[in-house]
Write a protein that binds this ligand. Structure first.
Ligand code: AMP
Length: 393
């Protein structure tokens, strides 16, 4: 059995692990969900084989069970070469992946106030993996790092300056591993050096963000201090009027209930009243469900506005790139989003747009489009594996 790189991605109640070869081939994956609850469960591989977990299994229990499963399947026959961890918030301390030592752990802890739901659980994953593999180099890969090149005009809020100076309140941006992968892939497809490639990258999954990349550097992005800002998402509101908070307080919605509303009950789910799944939403909209039709329209219009807004940070554009579960698979969303942007010169080839997913040509623009439009499958785990390998050598 060859050497492997282990990738660990801890969510608040979930754990994803994957094994990659040193040539970055995906070898195996597994997912544990509902951690901390009586019905915690785990599945591994493309066949989704059930992996037994103890009742109320936590992240440590799940990690141990999934590693044991890989060992039993002889997918892991010796210690991994390196381990890569997704870490959500690196604040201003991290501009690149970091080899984990006591100082790095402390710096990740210091960023906890900026991502209280994510960083503690990322640290749990790191510590649990360190306990299992104390001699293997471990690398933290930050969602925020790629956006540390944002200029101050793009990251400062219109708030008293002391909020930034004293507390670090600014726009950080997220999905950095996906957007940086879009840069690498677009440069390859367009046959240009990354440092001369300028794109608008739209990552549309359950979470959604869009980034302007100028000559290989992130210069504007739609997510902010937290991953709540920007586009309408599966269950997150994206941009709203902050004056809404006073109004909702007067209706008794405040504190945790407010956070829950904006993070978990808004976006496509809130607008449609029934689903955050784009496939279901489109099907119901086409069957005449008015709320689903409105949700789809709001999603695409917000995205179109942001594509226009990203132009303000670029002096040339090599391609608009779609990725994520929705961006890669929904020709309808791509079509409805670009329909109002004819003034900017975007034009789709409807055949190429509909066919995408069944060929691997990436290009979906019409020959008269001012800019190329690409569809590219994201692979955040491969980016983390690659960074882990690079940093640990
Ligand atoms: P992700 O978070 O990247 O896994 O993306 C999840 C989103 O992608 C969900 O809203 C899915 O409904 C959506 N999605 C996946 N496949 C399709 C498809 N064929 N058409 C439309 N949306 C899709």
């Amino acid at each position: 059995m060859e050497d492997v790189i282990l990738v660990v991605n801890c969510g608040s109640s979930s754990l994803k692990v994957a094994l990659f070869s040193p040539r970055l081939q995906h070898l195996a994956g597994a997912l544990a969900e509902r951690l901390g609850q009586p019905d915690a469960k785990a599945r591994a591989g493309v066949d989704k084989v059930h992996v037994p977990l103890p009742k109320n299994a936590n992240h440590e229990d799940a990690l141990a069970a999934l590693i044991r499963h890989f060992e039993e399947q002889r997918l892991l026959t010796r210690q991994p070469l390196a381990i890569g961890h997704r870490v959500v918030h690196g604040g201003e301390a991290f501009r690149a992946p970091a080899l984990i030592d006591a100082e790095v752990l402390e710096a990740i802890e210091d960023c906890t106030s900026l991502a209280p739901l994510h960083n503690p659980v990322n640290l749990t994953g790191i510590r649990a993996t360190q306990a299992l593999f104390p001699d293997v180099p471990q690398v933290a890969v930050f969602d925020t790092a790629f956006h540390q090149t944002l200029p101050s005009k793009a990251y400062l809020y219109g708030l008293p300056r002391r909020f930034y100076d004293d507390w670090g309140v600014r726009r950080y941006g997220f999905h950095g591993t996906s957007h940086s992968f879009m840069l690498t892939e677009s440069a390859r497809i367009l046959n240009k050096p990354e440092s001369e490639t300028s794109i608008i990258s739209a990552h549309l999954g359950n979470g959604c963000s869009i980034t302007a990349i100028r000559n290989g550097k992130s210069v504007d992005t739609s997510m902010g201090l937290t991953p709540l800002e920007g586009l309408v998402m599966g269950t997150r509101s994206g941009d709203i009027d902050p004056g809404l908070f006073d109004f909702l307080r007067s209706r008794g919605i405040d504190g945790e209930a407010l956070s829950d509303l904006l993070n978990n009950d808004s976006g496509l789910l809130g607008l449609s009243g029934s689903t955050n799944d784009m496939r279901t939403l489109i099907r119901q909209a086409d069957q005449g469900d008015r709320r689903c039709a409105d949700a789809l329209a709001v999603f695409c219009f917000r995205l179109a506005r942001y594509i226009g807004a990203m132009m303000a940070s670029l002096d040339s554009l090599d391609a608009l790139v779609f990725t994520g579960g929705i961006g890669e698979n929904s020709d309808r969303v791509r079509k409805d989003t670009l329909a109002p942007l004819g003034l900017l010169g975007f034009s789709l080839d409807s055949g190429a747009n509909e066919k995408h997913g069944r060929d691997s040509k990436h290009h979906i623009e019409h020959s008269n489009s001012r800019f190329p439009v690409l569809v590219v499958a994201t692979n955040e785990e491969a980016v983390i594996a690659s960074a882990a390998l690079a940093q640990s050598c």
